[in-house]
Write a protein that binds this ligand. Structure first.
Ligand code: ADP
Ligand code: MG
Length: 376
């Protein structure tokens, strides 16, 4: 190689190096112009509302991100204090004790939850019904007595159930029971509402992105953490605690899961879900897992309970009729069939190295990939 050529090569490298350096400076300059790098705060797992919560906030600086996480937790705790039926001093417990005798005044948020619950009752033909308390109690009692509720007991409990037996006064924000012995149960909506309240609190406190995970029900908004294009949310395989069914990539969406795979009553070796079909008085056992993707966690939470009650056919019909709402169902039979609405595909992250196994193969003691027709 001639000396001349050597020099020109060196020059070429020099130019390349300059171009790269220039690009780095330009990129840095742009970053300075656009603003500093975003900071993420993560809470780790904390116990709240009887489950584990994990909150992430993305903001312009670490301090703001930290404040956003705490603002979100404050909301979860507040919703729990008002709407828990385990706490005797909660407003909900007061309503359940006193609303037959007199109209009970409730705060704005609880009234809002009661009003929204009524809307979901209408939308789901009463598959979702917060007045289901007396039947839930009967099934809880069945667990202790180790025997199924009798027809007479169910008929009596059903006489105390029905959203129409509830009088809500919008102007005074009061609630009154039309029948003695009614009990409101917000187990199918409180978590979703709490998540939505927490997300709102984070936005108000200055987050540009965030995610609230409350016992596996999740809502995310805005800019994802770690420079990712979407928030990644794993759905648990109902057949195995340590395995994911699939990973969803979400932006400004929520997902909630209902199902009898974790909480159930067992009598004579038979499992009965904690989700009740209010019309029939029976437990809803056709599906072991129902995940709903929707724009709010309240919608996802209530619709997951409703679809559990409605079953696969009617449930999918309902979800197909709603915009921006998708469903992933796992049947309770030995085949543990996976059924989903068409629109689910665009949320599934196929690049994740997460094995997606058939729950059916788990039943059979082997692990095989989902059958082709089930592959998303
Ligand atoms: P999870 O508790 O796992 O989130 P859900 O969101 O489906 O599951 O909530 C189930 C709870 O909702 C039950 O434990 C009970 O308190 C209440 N519930 C049961 N059946 C119904 C129903 N048909 N409509 C509204 N709430 C219900
Ligand atoms: Mg739920």
């Amino acid at each position: 190689m001639s000396v001349e050529r050597k020099i020109s090569l060196t020059k070429k490298y020099m130019y390349s190096a300059l171009i790269i350096a220039g690009a780095v400076v330009a990129a840095f300059g742009i970053r300075v112009l656009v603003g500093p790098r975003l900071k993420t705060a993560n809470s780790g797992y904390r116990v709240v509302m009887g489950t584990f919560a994990n909150i992430t906030a993305v903001a312009g600086d670490s301090k703001t991100a930290g404040i956003c996480v705490e603002a979100a937790f404050d909301k979860l705790k507040y919703v729990d204090e008002v709407m828990s039926d385990y706490k005797a001093e909660s407003q909900l417990s007061q309503v359940n004790r006193e609303a037959f005798g007199r109209p009970v005044h409730v705060d704005e948020n609880l009234f809002e939850v009661l009003r929204i619950s009524g809307e979901y009752s209408r939308q789901t033909e009463n598959a979702f019904d917060i007045t289901v308390g007396p039947i839930v109690d009967l099934w809880r009692q069945a667990q202790e007595l180790k025997r199924l509720p009798t027809e007479a007991e169910l008929a009596e409990a059903r006489s105390r159930v029905g959203f129409g037996k509830l009088a809500l006064n919008r102007a005074d924000k009061t609630v009154r029971f039309g029948v003695k012995g009614m009990r409101l149960d917000l187990g199918g909506i409180a978590k979703g509402y709490a998540i939505d309240s927490a997300i709102e609190a984070m936005e108000k406190a200055g987050a540009v992105g965030g995610l609230v995970d409350l016992g596996g029900d999740v809502r995310c908004f805005g800019t994802p953490s770690d420079n990712k294009a979407s928030w990644l949310v794993g759905l648990q395989d109902p057949a195995a605690d340590d395995r994911l069914l699939l990973v969803l990539k979400l932006r400004d969406m929520a997902v909630a899961t209902s199902g009898g795979y974790r909480r159930f009553t067992e009598i004579d070796g038979q499992r009965y879900s904690h989700i009740i079909n209010p019309g029939a008085g029976a437990s809803a056992d056709e599906l072991i897992s129902v995940s709903i993707i929707a724009q709010t966690a309240t919608a996802a939470d209530t619709l997951a309970t409703a679809v559990s009650v409605l079953g696969g056919e009617k449930g999918l019909e309902l979800i197909d009729s709603l915009s921006e709402t998708e469903a992933i169902l796992v049947g309770a039979g030995k085949t543990a069939e996976l059924i989903h609405t068409e629109g689910v595909r665009r949320y599934v992250d196929t690049t994740q190295a997460v094995p997606v196994y058939s729950t059916a193969s788990k039943v059979a003691g082997q692990r095989k990939p989902w059958p082709k027709e089930n592959q998303l």
